[in-house]
Structures are given as structure tokens and as C-alpha cells.
Design a protein around this ligand. Structure first.
Ligand SMILES: NC(=O)c1ccc[n+]([C@@H]2O[C@H](COP(=O)([O-])OP(=O)(O)OC[C@H]3O[C@@H](n4cnc5c(N)ncnc54)[C@H](O)[C@@H]3O)[C@@H](O)[C@H]2O)c1
Length: 335
């Protein structure tokens, strides 16, 4: 399959490295408005027939692409996906799926059979799969309540040097749409959609530097339980993301790759699903990129539906936008 990447920045390295390790994938083209980045990708990940482009449109025009990986700033995801899908090119898109529900709905106008997959790779982490299996098998019993914490550290240069982060127009929000959307996605993956969501957002530590929030909290109301969510980039370090599920038969605490399972009246059981040696990217991105990308390609080859469809990722976007909406309206949002 001929694969191309648009946006040759931080996360694109993880995509390219995964693709380089996969059989039957030819990394044919790379595009970035900073041409030296696309050229560096040709050198590092391409072959003698790979090409670098400064223009995304020119790359689509000149190359025969089967799969496009979109690794650009948030505001470009939907227009780039539409341009590719309309040409019949399959798209594997970094999160978030869109800036807003309105922007997401622009994808409805695309006709044809090309497949769009969204990269919520943490669903593929071994620890996450284990939790999901404990829930789906009934082993854990009914979930009675959940809490999730993302406490990370981002300083001013992370925003000011990127050219797009920290701005509503190009990033679409702060810690919610960027760093912690994965954890909201996991809450939804484990518990499904809540009936209502209520939340707040605030900028504590980068006032005057970013126009988006650095901290958010939310209360997710289900018919039979409540889930609590807290995310910030104002902490002193990137602590492991923590998700805890209190269930009828056990309490499951996930701290990134580690699980602690406590069944009533028994000593806690520790399980460690540490990142394998060949995995790529920063530890806090999770270790699921490779598995997620491999599954996306496997779905394409075997005509199977990739599970992280635009509908599924769109629900997570709805959850996330619900927090902003509830904060603006000072009321819970019915989902
Ligand atoms: N799944 C994850 O865990 C994870 C982790 C990090 C980033 N991301 C996502 O990946 C995306 C990119 O993030 P990043 O941290 O790599 O950002 P980045 O700024 O490092 O890279 C973005 C690249 O896109 C290029 N670009 C901008 N406009 C372009 C255009 N019109 N045409 C072609 N190239 C263009 C930039 O020059 C830059 O090289 C974002 O959606 C981000 O949320 C996902």
C-alpha cells in the first residue's frame, strides 16, 4: 500500500516509524509547509522513490496514495480529510476528529467508499484492553463509579513555539481537546455515553500566553453512576494518567501501563503492561500507536470495519464539547 503523511512534526515520527516496521507499506510521500521537515522524513523514513512536498494539495495531485496519515494541527484535520476522501484515499487521522460538532458534520457531505479512522490509540494499550475485558466479561461486575485524572506539565514555549497551540482558532481549546481527550475517550470506551455532562474550564498558569484552558473538570452523569474527570497542564510533571473504576466485584485502578485490581477481602493484584522495547514516541502518548495503525491497515486489507470510526470518535468530541458548552451556559448539557 502507498502511504503518505501530511504534517511532519512530533507525532508524525511515531506514525512513520510504525509504518516503516510494517510489511507491505510503501511510504511514498511526505508533506509539510516547512519543506525541510518533509525532506528529513524522506531521508529518515522513506526510500529512493519517496517524495517531499511543501504543498499538501500538490502531493494529493501527483501521488497515487492509498492511505493518508493526517498529523497536522487540529483545524486542518477535517478539510484535509475531505480533500483526501473525495479522491478515494483512505484516511487515518490524528485526534481530535474535528474542532467542533459543526466542523465534524462537514464530513457528512463526503461520498464514496474510502475509510476514515481516528487515532485514539490508547484504546489499544494492553492495560486498557485488560480493563475492557474485565468489564465486558462481567468479571468486574457493574461499574458503580469512576474517576480519571490527567495531571501534566506544559510550559509557555510548548505553545508559543508551535505556531498553532494555545489558540482557539487553530487548536480549538487547550488541555481538554488536546492532552486529555484520550482519557475522556477511555471513560466513554469503558462506560459508554453519559446522559448529562457538566464541567468547567480555566487557565491557571499561562494567563496572557494562551487563550485556551490549562485545566478542566467534569461531572459525567449516568442513570446508575457518576464519573469524575480532572485534567490540567499546570502540574509540575507528566504524572501517569489514572483511571479508577469502582465495580461491584472489584476496584480497578489503571495508571498508564499498570493495573491494580482489588477484589473484596483479597490482597490487591498488580499487573504491569510496560511499553515493549520497539515502541516509539513519548511514554505519556501511550503505547498503542503501533497496534492501532496495524489494526487500521488490517481492516483495510480484510474489508473489516475499523472500530474507531468517525461516529465513535465523534461521540468523544461531543462529550468534550459538552464540557465547554456547559461551562459557557453554566448548566449541565444533555447528551
Ligand atoms: N495521539 C497522540 O497521542 C498524539 C500525541 C501528540 C500529538 N497528537 C496530535 O497530532 C497532531 C499534530 O501534533 P504535533 O504535536 O505533531 O504537532 P507539530 O506542530 O509538532 O506538527 C505539526 C506539523 O504540521 C505542519 N503543518 C502545519 N500546517 C500544515 C499544512 N497546511 N500543510 C502541511 N503541513 C502543515 C507543521 O509545519 C508541523 O510540522 C495534532 O492533532 C495533535 O493533537 C496526537
Amino acid at each position: 500500500m502507498n502511504s503518505a503523511i501530511v504534517g511532519c512534526g512530533g507525532i508524525a515520527h511515531v506514525h512513520a516509524d510504525a509504518l516503516r516496521q510494517m510489511d507491505g507499506v510503501n511510504l511514498c510521500a511526505f508533506a509539510d509547509i516547512k519543506p525541510e521537515r518533509a525532506e528529513e522524513f524522506v531521508t529518515q523514513f522513506g526510500n529512493e522513490n519517496s517524495h517531499a512536498y511543501q504543498s499538501f494539495e500538490e502531493m494529493l495531485e501527483k501521488e497515487q496514495i492509498d492511505v493518508l496519515h493526517i498529523c497536522t494541527p487540529h483545524y486542518l484535520h477535517v478539510p484535509m480529510a475531505i480533500a483526501a476522501l473525495e479522491k478515494g484515499i483512505n484516511v487515518f487521522m490524528e485526534k481530535p476528529p474535528a474542532l467542533s460538532m459543526d466542523q465534524l458534520s462537514e464530513l457528512d457531505r463526503v461520498k464514496g467508499n474510502a475509510a476514515l479512522g481516528v487515532c485514539f490509540q490508547n484504546r489499544y494499550n494492553a492495560s486498557v484492553r485488560q480493563v475492557k475485558s474485565l468489564l465486558d466479561s462481567g468479571e468486574a461486575g457493574k461499574v458503580l463509579g469512576a474517576r480519571a485524572f490527567v495531571t501534566w506539565h506544559r510550559e509557555a514555549p510548548y505553545y508559543t513555539e508551535s505556531g498553532w497551540r494555545g489558540s482557539i482558532a487553530t487548536e480549538g481549546g487547550g488541555v481538554l481537546i488536546n492532552q486529555s481527550i484520550h482519557t475522556l475517550d477511555l471513560l466513554k470506551h469503558f462506560l459508554g455515553m453519559p446522559e448529562k455532562i457538566e464541567g468547567t474550564v480555566i487557565n491557571h498558569h499561562l494567563k496572557g500566553v494562551i487563550e485556551v484552558e490549562d485545566t478542566a473538570e467534569a461531572y459525567l452523569l449516568y442513570p446508575d453512576k457518576v464519573a469524575l474527570f480532572y485534567a490540567t497542564t499546570a502540574f509540575c510533571t507528566d504524572s501517569p494518567v489514572m483511571v479508577e473504576l469502582v465495580c461491584e466485584k472489584m476496584t480497578i485502578r489503571m495508571e498508564e501501563t499498570k493495573l491494580t485490581i482489588t477484589e473484596k477481602g483479597k490482597p490487591s493484584k498488580e499487573m504491569d503492561f510496560s511499553v515493549p522495547a520497539n515502541s516509539v514516541g513519548k511514554a505519556y502518548w501511550g503505547n498503542g500507536h503501533m497496534a492501532c495503525i496495524v489494526d487500521y491497515y488490517d481492516c483495510l486489507r480484510n474489508n473489516r470495519r475499523f472500530p474507531i470510526t468517525i461516529e465513535s470518535a465523534g461521540e468523544t468530541l461531543r462529550l468534550m464539547r459538552g464540557i465547554y458548552e456547559s461551562y459557557n451556559r453554566k448548566a449541565p448539557v444533555v447528551l
